[in-house]
Design a protein. Structure first.
Length: 293
């Protein structure tokens, strides 16, 4: 490897592709600046959320097909994460509760459970690598909705523990609370925190904060210094992500597809050890998800 330029693997751990967005062109942008691997995370169509088990199956199959298209056309290593986005459950639970009362709540919860079962089927068939993004809303909701979300999340962590499946967590932006609160859920569920990835994690990756979960850091402005300062206190390692949405209405949101390769080069130029970068982009993803398909 060159001392000036990182020429090793580069993985974006949380990336979305939209059939009606830039799609393959976004993946090509990632590859052009040195990207080698993507973790493609299922994202529902929030303007037309799945309302039945069959609709969830078709939605998951679309994500799997997108991953295959990127493998074939861009030659990137691809891993797929499938699961019901917590915002989807929250929106449907609120809507159906208002129109149908308690029956609407139960309908939303049953659809969530069916979507988890489907995702696990795809994982066990070797077509996906993990469960996610699961968790709870990142905005303030009524206490009863939050309790439904927390109950379903803990239920899902039990299943992940039994199946030995890695989960990607979608949580609120508070730095400490998600690590401590969901960590306690994991302890009750018997799920190792080594199998838990916090998506959109803050740049502080110290063990003291994470409690053993894997932080998937989104390196927004001013975060690199915090990441570098806390690396020595992170025993397991960390991942990098953009949470790229592939939404033509919001180009580059949350961060553009070239960001992780560029930030990786910045870290390398700052003197971050090759072993740390190799663990971020190769060893740790293999431990969490297995090899790319």
């Amino acid at each position: 490897m060159s001392k000036e330029v990182w020429s090793g693997p580069i993985l974006d751990n949380h990336f979305h592709l939209n059939p009606n967005g830039r799609n393959i062109e976004a993946a090509k942008d990632f590859a052009k600046v040195g990207g080698t691997d993507l973790v493609l995370v299922h994202c529902p169509n929030f303007s037309n959320l799945p309302k039945t088990k069959k609709e969830y199956q078709l939605s998951y199959e679309s994500t799997i097909e997108q991953a295959q298209k990127v493998r074939d056309e861009v030659n990137l290593g691809m891993r797929v994460i499938l699961g019901p986005h917590p915002a989807a459950f929250a929106h449907q639970c609120i809507e159906w509760k208002e129109s149908e009362g308690e029956a609407g709540v139960q309908k939303a919860m049953e659809l969530y459970r069916q979507s988890i079962d489907l995702a696990i089927d795809f994982i066990e068939e070797g077509m996906a690598h993990g469960l996610g993004e699961i968790g709870r809303p990142h905005w303030e909701v009524d206490e009863d909705i939050l309790q439904y979300c927390n109950g379903l999340l803990e239920e899902t962590l039990h299943i992940a523990a039994k199946k030995n499946i890695t989960v990607q967590l979608h949580v609120e932006g508070d730095e400490k609370a998600p690590y401590s609160q969901i960590g306690k859920m994991a302890d009750r569920a018997g799920l190792s925190k080594k199998n838990m990835v916090r998506h959109f994690a803050p740049a502080n990756v110290s063990d003291e904060l994470t409690g053993g979960m894997v932080p998937s850091v989104i390196l927004q402005k001013g975060c690199i210094e915090t990441l570098v300062a806390s690396m020595s206190e992170c025993s397991r390692g960390f991942l990098l992500e953009t949470d790229y949405m592939d939404d033509l209405r919001r180009p580059g949101a949350v961060m553009g597809p070239k960001t992780v390769p560029k930030r990786t080069q910045t870290l390398f130029s700052m003197g971050v050890d090759e072993e740390i970068l190799y663990r971020t982009h190769f060893d740790l993803p293999n431990e969490l998800y297995g090899p790319p398909l």
